[in-house]
Design a protein around this ligand. Structure first.
Ligand code: PMP
Length: 408
């Protein structure tokens, strides 16, 4: 009999290998959040999500909704072609000028996704005699950029800049151009790169530096301008800043920012920009309003900080492990194994706290976690409530072990 070599058969096998077994006791992913919200409200409870990177709580702001509605009315939904050949709407440039001003660069260019922005930028700017030096915990979009690039990829240990410097010292001469990539806040661990040292290394080793600020724009720095502001580094010293519109800016899309000659070149050549449709004008209008609100409603950043500090203090008091997180927008709580993580997530969801388990995908298999995205709009009671449940669960699970050791 001929072996079943269909794509469906192959997919079934790969899915099983990827951990489908975990789904059999109830799928913790793709939670139906609107249904859950209604269900919670019917019982007089609140559905509280720690699963969305709405750091400043702008996602439902009336001013954003009305600017999106006005743009919809004026322009319709789609940009209807690549901006290069289809033309652009005023809102595209307005957003780009505002983004560049906010992050402190000359210019910026927006694309339809943050993921795409990393993939296309990294693979475009490097040629076959070049190299890319990336952190081992880089986001998947950076890894995809590395895969699509013809340049060689060299991986340094997470946030270990001695290692990066060592690798560059050993190997820099083998390459023409070198691009170092690091992240503002790492999306799974909530820690940050040492930007001051990264800039020193890139200058000494004659390299370029790209910082992915997806999780740090609106979160780090006294005005939320990102890692440069947080580290006290002039953004002009960083060659490329990549960000998304999907997190603090509450919509979707990505941007790349840098010096004028770089962005001018990308505007005419970057494949993910030139050969893809322009950002929906509805989205660019919404993101532009979000950017203005971030700067006007400064209480939001203050509240996010207070919430994050409270969360960290309570988690540590309860003996929960937050790994290397600095305690800003992203904070993981680490567990000993995947089943434990799934059980904790289910327990929280039964009380309408939505904190999805991060197992196998995006993190090392032996470091499963519940990943919390904190927001300015979480209340103190919500933060206390979710940590209380985890603390109780932890002490209940610790109890039998203690009883056993007393008995023997
Ligand atoms: N970079 C990082 C560090 C991310 O965490 C993400 C997504 N969470 C992206 C890029 C991609 O951004 P987007 O989801 O807006 O496409």
């Amino acid at each position: 009999m001929q072996k079943d070599n269909s794509l469906a058969q192959y997919a079934t096998k790969r899915f099983r290998l990827a951990g489908k077994a975990y789904l059999e006791s109830g799928d913790p992913f793709f939670a139906p959040t609107d249904t859950l919200r209604r269900e919670a409200e019917a019982k007089g409870q609140r559905f509280v999500s720690f699963a969305n990177y709405d750091y400043l709580g702008l996602s439902t702001h009336p001013a954003i909704k009305s600017s999106a509605a006005a743009a919809l009315d004026t322009f319709g939904v789609g940009a209807l072609a690549s901006r290069l050949v289809g033309g652009e709407r005023s809102t595209h440039r307005n957003l780009e000028v505002a983004l560049a001003k906010f992050v402190g660069t000359d210019s910026a260019l927006t694309l339809v996704s943050g993921y795409l922005t990393n993939v296309t930028t990294i693979s475009h700017i490097l040629g076959s005699r070049d190299a890319l030096f990336i952190d081992e915990l880089s986001h998947n979009s950076i890894l995809s950029g590395a895969k699509s690039a013809v340049a060689e990829t060299v991986v340094f240990r997470h946030n270990d800049l001695d290692h990066l410097d060592f690798l560059l010292r050993e190997r820099r001469e083998n390459f023409r151009n070198v691009l170092i990539v690091a992240e503002g806040i790492y999306s799974m661990d909530g820690d940050v790169a040492d930007l001051v040292r990264l800039v020193r290394i890139k200058e000494q080793r004659n390299a370029w530096l790209l910082i992915d600020e997806a999780h740090s724009i609106g979160v780090l720095g006294s005005e939320g301008r990102g890692l440069c502001e947080y580290a006290g580094v002039d953004p002009q010293q960083v060659d490329l800043i990549i960000g998304t519109l999907s997190k603090t800016l509450a919509s979707c899309g990505g941007f790349v920012a840098g010096k004028a000659p770089v962005i001018d070149w990308l505007r005419y050549t970057l494949p993910g920009f030139v050969y893809s449709v322009g950002l929906s004008p509805v989205i660019s209008a919404a993101a532009e309003t979000a950017l203005q609100l971030m700067q006007q409603e400064t209480w939001r950043l203050r509240r996010l900080r207070e919430n994050a500090e409270l969360f960290m203090d309570l988690a540590h008091e309860a003996g929960l492990d937050t790994g290397p997180a600095i305690g800003r927008g992203v904070v993981p709580i680490l567990f000993s194994d995947s089943l434990e993580t799934l059980a904790a997530s289910r327990l929280l969801l039964s009380q309408y706290y939505y904190v999805p388990p991060i197992i196998q995908i995006g993190v090392p298999k032996d470091q499963p976690r519940l990943r919390f995205f904190l927001s300015a709009t979480h209340t103190e009671a919500e933060i206390r409530g979710v940590i209380d449940l985890l603390a109780k669960r932890k002490s209940e699970h610790a109890a039998p072990a203690r009883a056993l050791s007393v008995a023997t």
